[in-house]
Ligand binder design. Structure first.
Ligand code: ATP
Length: 588
């Protein structure tokens, strides 16, 4: 269990030990951009390599892709990003700050104003105390709030609170009152930074724009990709043909994405430049499965999700990927009870999506999305087919053979059944008939399940989860606090640290260098010859190094070294071969 719920504690350790720095720090930093230091970049690389190994290398049904960040702008028109990838944005008419309109109350709660108000109303709202706050502290904190600027507004607020204190028993309700006590029409949403009036929200497209080539002309505008997924759809045919994969199969990609987030916040959680690990797993439409297998397995059949089956419909594939992703998250070191599945409600789903699950982790600032797994139907490939004029259909031999076995009556019955089912989803009969006619030729546009994860969010969750402050008492009864990061060995930035017991005895020192040389060829190893062994252990505990190896005089006699375990602090003596075998087993 992590022993801090403070993002400040985590971020200060990350800066002090070289995990994460604010980008461009010497120039005052740039909001929403973060650099990963020596340990951070090792850890991030471990997360990505683990994802790649699990998602691509260890499977026979997934191929990889590494596409460019800037792509043809038509891709973003087809995907819908140009028209709809926006957040509602408001501006404060007084302090001019921009913010996401749907985050105003979160910003208020996190900030000094919200916390001041929350403290003020503990035990009940008192009109006198509120008036005192408006005339005192609020003059510095929220100078543009109506009740702070305007004596009449304060008097009106005072009367309203006296008449019904319970109505203002939470900070948000009280703040709204202090902005609107005189009955402003329409009601003002107060700025969470200064109390000024916010503008009506308007959509703000999150894509970063740039210009390709030397001429700064609208015709040359391009965008930094806001997600890695679209390149997978755009290259679908090339990858499918060259990898000789047949549906069901997936294409995976990881890399940088960029979103001009209106209010980047919560450390690296919402950044403007971040990395994603995305898989598009292409499946047969359920109608094709039915023709081939005579049935479609749904979750109502309680299927065994361990080995994919040809009869699985989209619902089972979706659940399969939810389980696969949860297993990976756990294998990286997040305990099962630290994250939850949030199944989006039908009214929250995009119009083309059939289901979407967010995996949410309990971050110090609340339960928030770590990654999402969406069943996106054939929307993406169909859009690119429409906009590019290039076919995104696949030919499915087993489907053609299955359809060839049907006589005309069976084909007509199947067509009628599909049309009726499509009608329940508001799709017209003509489209259903055209779709089924293609199925009988063995052709369709694949549907897709999309597990989409963020590297930075995963890393932040692992950092928060790993942190522990342990109170220790030594043999002399002296108390001490040990900070230890309990990273799983596969994610830890340094796997093993090597210490010579003494540095002024060449035999011990050289032996230690020799052993260090052996270990660093196998995994990320760290050399430390400075200070007492106990101090060296503590330095490694704080960066989560699972093992420390000390070379001493006994090593010269019998070839054994002392291996110290980070979590138990137990020590054992092992030969070099035993040590290598132990590391190999733990890191494989
Ligand atoms: P949110 O609702 O938190 O903005 P989203 O639903 O827009 O996230 P997706 O578009 O589904 O996110 O992106 C997939 C994953 O990419 C997210 O689950 C997250 O891990 C990561 N991600 C998205 N936006 C950011 C960001 N601004 N900073 C860091 N990671 C991000």
């Amino acid at each position: 269990m992590p022993t801090t719920n403070s993002l400040d504690v985590i971020s200060s350790l990350c800066k002090r030990r070289g995990f994460i720095f604010h980008s461009s720090e010497i120039y005052g930093g740039i909001n929403g951009f973060w650099d990963y230091g020596p340990l951070g970049c090792e850890m991030k690389r471990n997360i990505k390599e683990d994802w790649w190994k699990t998602t691509v290398r260890n499977r026979e049904d997934v191929a990889g892709l590494d596409a460019t960040i800037i792509m043809h702008p038509a891709i973003w028109k087809a995907s819908g990003h140009l028209d709809t990838f926006s957040d509602p944005m408001s501006t404060c008419k007084s302090c001019k700050k921009l913010m996401r309109a749907d985050q105003v109350w979160d910003i208020l709660a996190d900030g000094e104003i919200g916390q001041g108000l929350a403290a003020l109303i503990v035990g009940g709202v008192d009109a006198g105390k509120v008036a005192g706050w408006c005339k005192g502290k609020a003059k510095g904190l929220a100078p543009n709030l109506a009740a702070v600027r305007d004596a009449d507004a304060l008097t009106a607020a005072f009367e309203k609170i006296k008449a019904d204190p319970a109505a203002y028993a939470d900070a948000q309700a009280l703040y709204v009152l202090l902005a609107n006590a005189k009955g402003s029409q329409p009601a003002v949403t107060p700025c969470p930074y200064c109390g000024g009036e916010l503008t009506e929200p308007r959509p703000f497209n999150l894509m970063f724009k740039t210009v390709v080539g030397p001429v700064d002309d609208p015709a040359n505008v391009a965008y930094l990709r806001p997600e890695t997924a679209q390149a997978i759809f755009a290259q679908f045919q090339n990858v499918q043909v060259t990898s000789r994969q047949q549906v069901p199969f997936g294409i995976a990609q990881m890399g940088k994405s960029f979103r001009n987030e209106v209010t980047p916040r919560n450390y690296t959680f919402r950044s403007r430049e971040f990395e994603q690990m995305e898989l598009e797993f292409f499946i047969r439409p359920d109608e094709a499965v039915e023709l081939i297998c005579g049935t479609v397995t749904t979750m109502a059949d309680s299927p065994d999700l361990s080995v994919p089956q040809a009869s699985w419909g989209w619902e089972v594939w979706h659940k399969y990927w939810v389980e696969q992703r949860k297993a990976w998250i756990q294998a990286c070191g997040l305990p099962k009870d630290s994250f939850v599945e949030y199944w989006q409600k039908p009214e929250e789903l995009a119009h083309y999506a059939r289901a979407c699950v967010d995996i949410e982790y309990s971050f110090p600032f609340g339960v928030q999305e770590l990654e999402g797994i969406a069943a996106r139907s054939d929307f993406d490939l169909t859009q690119h087919q429409k906009h590019s004029g290039k076919s995104m259909e696949v030919f499915d031999e087993p489907l053609k053979l299955a359809a060839a076995k049907l006589d005309e009556a069976a084909k007509a019955a199947f067509t009628a059944k599909v049309s009726a089912e499509w009608a329940t989803r508001g799709k017209d009969a003509e489209a259903a008939r055209a779709f089924v006619a293609k199925l009988f030729e063995g052709k369709y546009v694949p549907h897709v399940i999309e597990p989409s994860a963020g590297v930075d969010r995963m890393m932040l969750a692992l950092l928060c989860n790993a942190y522990e402050e342990q109170k220790l008492t030594d043999e002399k009864g002296k108390e001490d606090v040990r900070v230890v990061m309990h990273f799983s060995p596969r994610i830890a930035p340094v796997k093993v640290a090597v210490f010579p017991l003494v540095k002024n005895k060449p035999e011990v020192y050289n032996k230690a260098r020799e052993i260090f040389g052996h270990l660093r060829r196998r995994c990320a190893a760290f050399w430390d010859e400075g200070g007492a062994i106990g101090r060296r252990y503590r330095r490694q505990d704080e960066i989560g190094t699972p093992w420390c190896v000390t070379i001493d005089f006994q090593t010269l006699d019998d070839g054994t070294v002392t291996l110290r375990d980070r979590d138990t602090m137990q020590q054992e003596r092992l030969t070099l071969d035993q040590l290598k075998a132990k590391l190999e087993e733990a890191l494989l």
